[in-house]
Ligand binder design. Structure first.
Ligand code: FAD
Ligand code: ZN
Length: 279
């Protein structure tokens, strides 16, 4: 639909892959509709998947002032004192009778014991998260629909996409306590998992070897996307890629393109435990 904004978070290493083809189909179809489509191509971006203290950046506050202890008779061109306190650093530089104090707030609220969830929550409020996280959050904020395109890895998302979820969907931005599930901060947005599997559709039934495909969707659709407030559209699962024929793959691509034509009229799934485990 013209004017709608779509973010595709894409996690495949190879543009010629089937995932690459599915992504291409989505970009083409949605662009044809007049949607503004943005792609986060995680491998090409070399996206950092690890949730570390590097995600919290310092904000420097510079104060220029005359300092009593700098005496002109000292004839010292440059003296440096670096005083390190638990929660902040003061860097004092004396040059003749003038001095500068650069007060750099240490980014961490508790530098002694690092707690990623708490620190990123605080950093989000102070706009002190690393720029790659802020950029992805901006894309999510603008999007009406977020499509995740990925191959199933161990009944889950590839690590690079898991890292995107861990780092981008932080407390304060995507949810708060309270402020989750239907009250999650991304409410009003749609999310859709478009994934490929090696296993066949038959394997992913209740009686099949791998169990119902809805079981592995539970942590992703409910525990992550719904938790953050997204309304979840039915997943697009291209099954059995590792044993598929060229013809079957063409049909899967065509059905994705066809579905996207009516995507804005779709109703979200009822994302409750029963959708996954009882129906
Ligand atoms: P590709 O191998 O890239 O593509 C399949 C075929 O489609 C290729 O021959 C390609 O040339 C062809 N193709 C590409 N574009 C087109 C086009 N436009 N038209 C026609 N053909 C085209 N599977 C499971 O089911 N469960 C798991 O838990 C699981 N865990 C895994 C864990 C790891 C670490 C790995 C590496 C794989 C795992 N798999 C699992 C398998 C994996 O999900 C599949 O291999 C993957 O989904 C296939 O998608 P692909 O895009 O990589 O396919
Ligand atoms: Zn749910």
């Amino acid at each position: 639909m013209a004017g709608k904004k779509v973010l595709i978070v894409y996690a495949h290493q190879e543009p010629m892959s089937f995932n690459g083809s599915l992504k291409k189909v989505a970009v083409e179809e949605l662009s044809k509709q007049g949607c503004a489509v943005t792609v986060s191509d995680l491998y090409t971006m070399n996206f950092e998947p690890r949730a570390t203290r590097n995600d919290i950046t310092g904000k420097k506050v510079r104060i220029v002032m005359h300092l009593q202890l700098c005496r002109p008779d000292l004839q010292i061109q440059s003296v440096m004192f670096i005083l390190i306190f638990p929660s902040f650093c003061i860097y004092v530089k004396c040059q003749n009778q003038f001095s500068w104090i650069l007060k750099e707030h240490c980014a961490l609220s508790n530098p002694e014991i690092f707690r990623y969830g708490i620190e990123t929550y605080e950093a989000y409020k102070k706009t002190a998260l690393s720029s790659d996280i802020l950029e992805e959050q901006r894309k999510v904020q603008e999007a009406d629909l977020v499509i995740f395109q990925f191959p199933l890895y161990w009944f889950s998302v590839p690590a690079i996409l898991k890292g995107w979820m861990d780092r981008v969907l932080c407390q304060g931005f995507a949810f708060d306590i309270p402020g989750f599930y239907d009250s999650g901060f991304l409410k009003g947005k749609l999310a859709l998992l478009s994934l490929t599997t090696g296993g066949t559709a038959e394997m992913y039934t209740k009686a099949g070897l791998s169990g119902d495909f809805r079981y592995f969707l539970w942590p992703l659709q409910h525990g992550t996307l719904h938790f953050c407030g997204f309304k979840v559209l039915a997943p697009q699962i291209s099954f059995g890629l590792d044993v598929s024929s060229e013809e079957e793959r063409k049909v899967m691509l065509a059905s994705w393109a066809q579905r996207l034509k009516g995507i804005w009229k779709e109703e979200p799934i009822h994302c409750t435990p029963s959708w996954y485990f009882q129906e």
